[in-house]
Design a protein around this ligand. Structure first.
Ligand code: 4AZ
Length: 825
């Protein structure tokens, strides 16, 4: 209290009021001294007090600054690590087999000591491999996601590898490069010829290594930070149905079913029904993998549209992964299926034919009627009871034809040392082997699962393949005469249906001359096949024909030095000079400018903003085009295409829509352009108000046949000249004639029943590159309806004499179109 009073600042007047001025000299000095001391003490105390206050402030300030620095550093770190991982992290997913570690049941539990120990071991090895590699700067980590047993022994290890890399540098990463680092780090012994080598002490099977780029969402889900819809299912009993069911009503769906069978067995997955959005797997998909992780190169099959028919697929090992994804669930999404554990099957056997005239048995692809897995080999050895009997093979919805230098896409066949490629198609074909002992070998060639195959077998009489009253196909197959030209392909080579436009000549009454082109040209022009008989070495070819080494005479005009191999041995194309095509090359296509609204069904399809193909409007939201326009990984992605409707000049479309879905015909054959047809669904339909510029064209019914000489129109923005790369800005039209199928067949040598030819034999008018997918429009008699009779498909150059344009015969696809677009009929 005292202190407080004395501390009170003195008022000068107060001091004076209590002082006596006369007796005050000495006293006042004392007082002043005291006052000064008091003051200095006070000031000192105050200064001390102030310094304590400053110190506290400093500490607070320091703490605040430290806190701010901490926050900034953490934010920067977060930005650097987390953001870098989401934006620029590259994920690779793969597997390999470790041969020297036995599987323990504990490995199934990710939390178990055993799993963690083996995972750490593998991760350390991977760390060593990649931190020493050229990618060490970018390497972040490896994570083992699964360790399983498998049918080849040892452990199958599934893993993720993460690299953090700037967008600019991400180009240097490729699946093969990342896999090569792993493979090159394995030390194999040259003495023992096994693919197992040492990877830092781990016995890794080099041949088992598979690796592909993975998705961040798959990474986070399968390493435990993403979805909780992840099921590990173990099939421990043979043939029991283990159900797999999912129903999602809203949100986003991402589910994983990891299926594991008993060692030494396989998994058969049956999809009973699936309800998803049909848009080429852009939003919804069911993917079946031949592994436990979503490795792209291990995809067995992808389902991109809803189905209610049962489909089943078989794995190549004792494991399978099924993923079900939907980016946005607006309507109910459902999947109902089951899996089974099945034994491995051996494919092929020795077959003793009974020699009966009927087909007497059948051979099948492995695991029939399931889709058969990749990596299959089957061998069947047929023997007929008598030497005069050959073996006939009836392929269901499949055909085989001589193997070219290109590989086979859908299986290859070796029949008595001749190689053939297989193709799926919409009818049966019969192949006859003129030998009583026939060795048939079949090998899968696709990386994915393939549709099941059924082949009936029987024997036939070598000396008299056709009973009386039957028609003989080119390949020696016999069919009843009544089956010719009935719209059903009865012959292996479809020759019964190819030449129906031209009535067959009675060559007994009409005089058969080489000049009238009926002689030895590989085509049966006569009812009795007389024109094609005796075409052997001893029969000389005429002046107008050219002789192949394989005894067939071709017309010179078409066969010689025209860039097409007409003779099996290619002898027609040998000794050709460089100037072989001379003037033919530079003809124009011969069209003229179309008028505004003249072809309201004509569409231009732009790929990545560049005009690439044509198409035709067939309904409010469907277009018809050529399958070959969409062949390839990027070309099959609907998101990259736009459809321009109601357009005459490129860039001035009345209506533009993105593409929601592309349906390529399931039998499209990229080797010969058979089944060259595709449907496109627009993301948004065109409006009725655009009717004066946009209208659909009619699809001809199956019975609607075009006739030789009929006039039709081909339209498009394609090249005006074969040699000129420039396409047309203005829509072009050209009148063309339907060309006789026989003539076209003789020009090209391979024209199927799904093709028709149109143009001018003079080469005056034709379609060309860039017109592909566009319409061949024919008007019914009397100025009636327009029908889409053809789709621009292919041809030998553009406007070359004797080589008309080849079009997809749309009437053959009326049922197929109807399946997807019921509204068009
Ligand atoms: C093409 O490459 C193409 N002359 C289209 C039609 C024809 C030839 C080639 C027919 O797209």
């Amino acid at each position: 209290m005292d202190e407080q009073t004395s501390d009170k600042p003195a008022k000068p007047e107060d001091e004076l009021s209590v002082s006596n001025v006369s007796v005050q000299t000495a006293d006042s000095e004392d007082q002043w001294e005291r006052l000064a001391r008091k003051l200095s003490r006070k000031l000192k105390r105050e200064a001390e007090k102030k310094s304590v206050w400053n110190f506290q402030n400093k500490i607070i300030l320091f703490t605040v600054v430290l806190f701010i620095i901490g926050v900034i550093t953490w934010t920067l770190l977060w930005l650097f690590i987390v953001q870098a991982e989401s934006k620029d992290a590259l994920y690779f997913v793969g597997l390999f087999r470790v041969a020297n570690i036995e599987f323990l049941p504990e490995y199934r539990q990710k939390e178990s000591r055993e799993f963690r120990s083996v995972a750490q071991n593998v991760q350390q090895v991977m760390n060593l491999v990649y931190t020493k590699s050229a990618f060490s700067k970018f390497y972040k980590q490896s994570i083992v996601s699964d360790v399983s047993n498998n049918n080849n022994g040892g452990l199958l290890v599934h893993f993720w590898i993460v690299f953090v890399v700037s967008q600019a540098k991400s180009q240097i990463f490729c699946e093969d490069c990342v896999a090569a680092i792993l493979k090159n780090s394995i030390q194999t012994s040259t003495t023992n010829r096994t693919s197992v080598g040492s990877l830092q002490g781990l016995a890794v099977d080099m041949d088992s290594i598979v690796l592909s780029v993975g998705l961040r969402s798959d990474y986070s889900s399968t390493t435990g930070t993403g979805t909780n819809c992840i099921h590990d299912l173990h099939g421990d009993r043979l043939h029991q149905h283990f159900p797999l069911d999912i129903l999602v009503t809203s949100g986003r769906m991402i589910c994983y079913f990891k299926l594991i069978a008993l060692v030494g067995h396989l998994i058969r997955l049956s999809v009973a029904s699936i309800q998803i959005e049909a848009d080429n797997c852009i939003t919804d998909s069911l993917t079946i993998y031949d592994s436990l992780m979503p490795i792209k190169s291990k995809i067995l099959y992808r389902i991109c549209e809803p189905t209610n028919s049962v489909l089943s697929f078989v794995s190549t090992n004792n494991l399978m992964l099924v993923t079900l994804k939907s980016t946005k669930v607006e309507e109910v999404k459902k999947f109902h299926g089951y899996f089974e554990v099945i034994p491995q099957e051996k494919c092929g056997k020795a077959i003793l034919s009974l020699g009966s005239p009927e087909f007497e048995g059948s051979i099948m692809s492995p695991y029939y009627p399931s889709y058969y897995p990749p990596k299959c080999i089957c061998a069947w050895n047929f023997q007929s009871p008598q030497k005069n009997l050959g073996i006939a093979l009836k392929f269901h919805n499949y055909t085989i034809s001589e193997k070219s230098i290109k590989g086979c896409e859908h299986g290859w066949w070796k029949i008595n040392d001749h190689m053939y490629c297989g193709y799926y198609m919409d009818h049966q074909t019969i192949f006859r082997v003129a030998s009583f002992v026939v060795n048939v070998e079949f090998q899968c060639s696709s990386k994915c699962s393939e549709r099941p195959l059924l082949v009936e077998y029987g024997s036939y009489n070598l000396s008299q393949p056709c009973p009386l009253g039957s028609f003989e196909c080119h390949t020696g197959l016999c069919i009843r005469k009544t089956q010719r030209c009935d719209g059903i392909n009865d012959c292996f080579d479809e020759s019964d249906e190819l030449f129906c436009d031209v009535p067959k000549q009675d060559c007994n009454t009409s005089f058969l001359t080489p000049q009238n082109s009926l002689f030895c040209d590989g085509i049966n022009d006569c009812e009795n096949g007389q024109d094609e008989q005796g075409c052997t070495e001893s029969v000389p070819c005429t002046n107008s024909t050219f002789k192949c080494k394989n005894n067939i005479c071709f017309r010179k005009q078409n066969a010689r030095c025209d860039g097409i191999k007409d003779c099996i041995d290619g002898s027609d194309e040998k000794n050709c000079s460089n100037t072989k095509y001379s003037t033919m090359h530079h003809r124009i296509v011969g069209g003229s400018d179309a008028q505004e609204g003249e072809w309201p069904w004509q569409v231009s399809l732009l790929f990545g903003g560049v005009a690439y193909c044509g198409a035709s409007v067939i309904s409010k939201e469907w277009l018809l085009s050529a399958a070959h326009c969409f062949q390839g990984n990027r070309l099959s992605d609907p998101r990259i295409w736009t459809a321009h409707l109601g357009m005459r000049t490129q860039g001035k479309a009345k209506f533009i829509s993105t593409v929601r879905r592309i349906i390529v015909h399931e039998y499209y054959n990229s080797r010969n352009y058979d089944y060259d047809i595709a449907l496109l669904q627009l993301s948004s339909p065109w409006l009725d108000t655009m009717r004066w510029l946009i209208q659909p064209i009619c699809i001809p019914p199956t019975t609607h046949r075009v006739h030789t000489g009929e006039k039709c129109w081909v339209t498009g923005w394609g090249q005006k000249r074969e040699a000129d790369d420039e396409t047309s800005a203005l829509l072009q039209k050209a009148e063309v004639e339907i060309v006789d199928q026989t003539l076209c067949h003789s020009a090209y040598g391979f024209i199927t029943a799904r093709m028709l030819c149109a143009g001018m034999m003079s080469g005056e008018r034709d379609s060309c590159k860039g017109d592909s997918g566009g319409p061949l429009s024919c008007r019914s008699k009397g100025g009636g309806k327009w029908f889409l009779m053809g789709i621009v498909s292919w041809g030998y150059g553009c406007g070359r004499p004797s080589f008309p344009g080849v079009y997809t015969r749309v009437s053959n696809f009326a049922t197929w179109i109807h399946k997807y677009v019921p509204s068009v009929f």
